[in-house]
Write a protein that binds this ligand. Structure first.
Ligand SMILES: *Cc1c(COP(=O)(O)O)cnc(C)c1O
Length: 335
């Protein structure tokens, strides 16, 4: 399968129903007041793994033939958790590759889901390059994080649920990194509501899909630390699907700063009592910064809650946050 259509999304929905949750769509009265609009939140934070990536991983894992030895991926974050969880539920072995730089808490979270963690190389790219060929020989199948038709169809199930929960949806704001989520959500939403606007949001430093769309082809970017750490990383110079789908289906791509992400994490906590990771609040950040007008009924895909709690506590109490070579200056919420 080299492309993907709405029928693939319908098939994915049936397949993943036992593994991934149908997530609630809730009104956001506090945030709506702040941005003077009508905003609802699609809470992917309520997935069993704390992030939407379970949908795509479940669709890919449940589509495998019965005789595979197991699955593998190279991820320290939400994709690694999703692959580990889906494999365990299906009774399959999972091997997750990480570099030696990965902090122990992330490693433990994936081990706790029953996956085998293998440390290879001094960076995530290195881990990917060195890790995957030996396991292919062991009969393990790689589950890609975004550039895969089954993964995209899994993420797209969010769009079907959203249109059922909010039939008059006019604008959907989707966090954007490799573009599996944004392609899927745009595909499903526009199949059902052709006039709905779907806008991708990335951080302004190291936004690989944005830079690639500007260049007209996939380009590499330098990865930098961000409050939206789940949005880091490239889209792959040999990207097969998600680049073309984002180019053809997204109405716009908007970038937000670290200060804007910081204030949006505060707003979702103090206005809506939600614990969200930086990547999950970029849509709220774009609205609050008036970079996207809140036209009609607006839905934000709140993608995940797997935030470092030390960092989260610093943000919501208005403290400075050190991110690699930069400092995000603290300000109390509402000050
Ligand atoms: C992976 C991820 C994204 C981005 O998804 P892509 O398909 O890579 O664009 C957004 N938010 C969270 C929390 C994620 O884990």
């Amino acid at each position: 399968m080299s492309t993907i259509g709405y029928q693939d999304v319908v098939a994915a929905r049936g397949r993943i129903a036992a593994l991934a949750a149908t997530t609630p769509l809730v009104p956001a009265p506090g945030l709506s007041g702040v941005v003077r609009g009508d905003v609802c939140l699609k809470l992917e934070t309520t997935q069993p793994t704390g992030a939407f990536k379970l949908r795509g991983a479940a669709n890919a894992v449940l589509s495998l033939d019965g005789d595979v030895a197991g699955v593998t991926c190279c991820s320290t974050g939400n994709h690694g958790r999703a692959v580990a969880y889906a494999a365990r539920e299906r009774g399959l072995r999972a091997v997750v590759f990480m570099s030696s730089l990965v902090p122990a808490n992330k490693l433990d979270a994936i081990r706790a889901l029953g996956a085998e963690v293998r440390i290879v190389g001094g960076s995530q790219d290195d881990a990917l390059a060195k890790g995957l060929s030996p396991v292919r020989e062991e009969g393990l199948v790689e589950i890609p994080p975004f550039d895969d038709p089954l993964v995209i169809a899994g993420q797209a199930t969010i769009g079907c649920e959203l249109v059922e929960q909010m039939p008059d949806v006019a604008t959907v704001l989707v966090p954007l990194s490799g573009g599996g989520l944004a392609s899927g959500v745009a595909l499903a939403t526009k199949a059902l509501r052709p006039d709905c606007r779907v806008i991708g949001i990335s951080m302004d430093r190291g936004a690989a899909m944005y830079e690639s769309l500007e260049a007209g082809h996939p380009v590499e970017v330098t990865e930098v630390a961000s409050l939206a750490d789940s949005l880091g990383g490239g889209i792959g110079l040999d990207n097969r699907l998600s680049f073309a789908l984002c180019r053809d289906l997204l109405d716009d791509v908007v970038l937000v700063t670290e200060d804007e992400i910081y204030r949006a994490m505060q707003a979702l906590y103090w206005e809506e009592r939600l614990v969200c990771e930086g990547a999950a609040v970029v849509g709220a950040a774009a609205l609050m910064a008036r970079k996207v007008a809140p036209a009609g009924s607006v839905a934000l895909i709140v993608t995940g809650r797997n935030v470092d709690m030390g960092q989260f506590t610093a943000v919501v109490t208005g403290k400075d946050v050190l991110l690699g070579e930069i400092t995000v200056r603290g300000t109390p919420y509402g000050a």
